[in-house]
Design a protein around this ligand. Structure first.
Ligand code: F0G
Length: 368
């Protein structure tokens, strides 16, 4: 057989990868877009759902536990799901600049999508409380970064006022298009599992994501794409738990800087999601967060940021309440690479430094 013919045969029998053009293309009928909406995408969405036996074994009772690994989005967090929608709609409206307050991930995502859409971005962050990776991203994607001597809640107050007075679009989760995009994560979970899980465990900061997931699960349920709705189990860090304590926290503190928020704007919607789903909000300590962060890394090969590990820490904290044979999904909202300082400080691995570059000293170090 001629070589070229053989080659042709080989290629035609190769498995074809499904084409993925981002979540707006995938879920258009479910989203507020028209044929006139310019789609600004970095091909976000379609993130993996990974079974984690090490967590299930800690629960027992026949539980099946999955991770929705949304840290694998283009800028490393779930924010990209909302940002593709918010930026596409801002572009459609002719907007030239966007602004957000952020604990880091929203600013990284806003900066990337604004740049992709040919817009300018301003990001207002709490000085000294944004993880290195996130700050690096905002700067590299070309945002103008304004670090204030105040926390996220203060930054959000300021950008809300600014966007009302100046021609600049706010892309925090008060922008309704953000939650529309983020609800697609719930669609993907239902499509992967063939139904909604019994429990959805999720970290909460400004409480937009839990609201978006609940919206997504409800829409698919009403369209008969799932047979059930999950209980919405929300988790906050104990030093920043306004939704658990039911009061504004003036000086929120936690190692999980992404969710260092004392006055969530989506409070009412999140409470509604909890009540209508028979869910529960619980707080977890920083050491419980770090414990789960380490388990995911060492036992599952999954590296998330501390705020994300709150969902797994929370599940382990309330494990006695898990009914028999439940299916549970924990959302890991952000990638571990976002916060290298936390990673270097919080691991149980062996790290030898200053070793002579000779085979003998390396063998000795390895204990042979
Ligand atoms: N996990 C991560 C990694 C986050 O960055 C955030 C929020 C949350 C969870 C909480 O999500 O606010 O919808 O309840 N980060 C925002 C930011 C506040 O500015 O990046 P939420």
């Amino acid at each position: 057989m001629a070589f070229s013919k053989k080659l042709k045969q080989l290629f035609s029998s190769a498995p074809k990868k499904n084409k993925w053009d981002g979540l707006i293309e995938a879920y258009k009928p479910w989203l507020p877009v028209t044929k006139n909406t310019p789609i600004i995408t970095l091909k976000e969405g379609a993130t993996p759902l990974i079974e984690v036996k090490s967590i299930a074994n800690r629960i027992g009772k026949g539980a099946k536990v999955y991770i929705k690994y949304d840290g694998l989005n283009p800028t490393g967090s779930f924010k990209d799901r909302g940002m593709t929608m918010a930026i596409s709609k801002a572009k459609e409206a002719g907007c030239e600049a966007v602004i957000c307050a952020s604990t880091g991930n929203t600013s990284a995502s806003a900066a990337a999508y604004a740049t992709k859409g040919g817009m300018k971005s301003f990001v207002v962050i709490p000085d000294g409380y944004v993880a290195q990776g996130k700050l690096a991203q905002a700067l590299v994607y070309g945002a103008e970064v304004i670090a204030i001597k105040g926390n996220f809640d203060k930054a959000l107050d300021i950008v809300r006022e600014l966007s009302e007075k100046y021609p600049i679009t706010l892309v925090n989760s008060v922008n309704p298009y953000r939650l529309q995009g983020q609800k697609t994560a719930a669609f993907e979970i239902v499509e992967n599992l063939g139904d909604a899980p019994d429990w959805l465990c999720i970290p909460m900061g400004n409480a937009g994501n839990i609201t978006a997931y609940w919206m997504g699960f409800k829409e698919f349920f009403h369209a008969k794409k799932s047979k059930q709705l999950p209980r919405m189990m929300g988790f906050q860090a104990s030093g920043s738990a306004p939704l658990v304590e039911n009061k504004i926290i003036n000086n929120p503190e936690t190692i999980a800087t992404a969710i260092r928020i004392g006055n969530p704007v989506n409070k009412e919607k999140a409470l509604l999601a909890k009540e209508s789903s028979n869910g529960k909000f619980t707080s977890v300590t920083d050491s419980e967060i770090i414990e789960s962060y380490k388990i995911l890394g060492r036992e599952e090969g999954i590296f998330c940021e501390p705020a994300s590990a709150a969902s797994v820490a929370g599940l382990l904290k309330v494990k006695d309440d898990v009914p028999k044979n439940s299916t549970i999904v924990c959302v890991l909202t952000g990638n571990g690479l976002k916060d290298p300082d936390c990673a270097i400080k919080n691991n149980d691995s062996i790290f030898h430094t200053g070793i002579d570059p000779e085979i003998n000293s390396i063998i000795k170090t390895m204990g042979f």
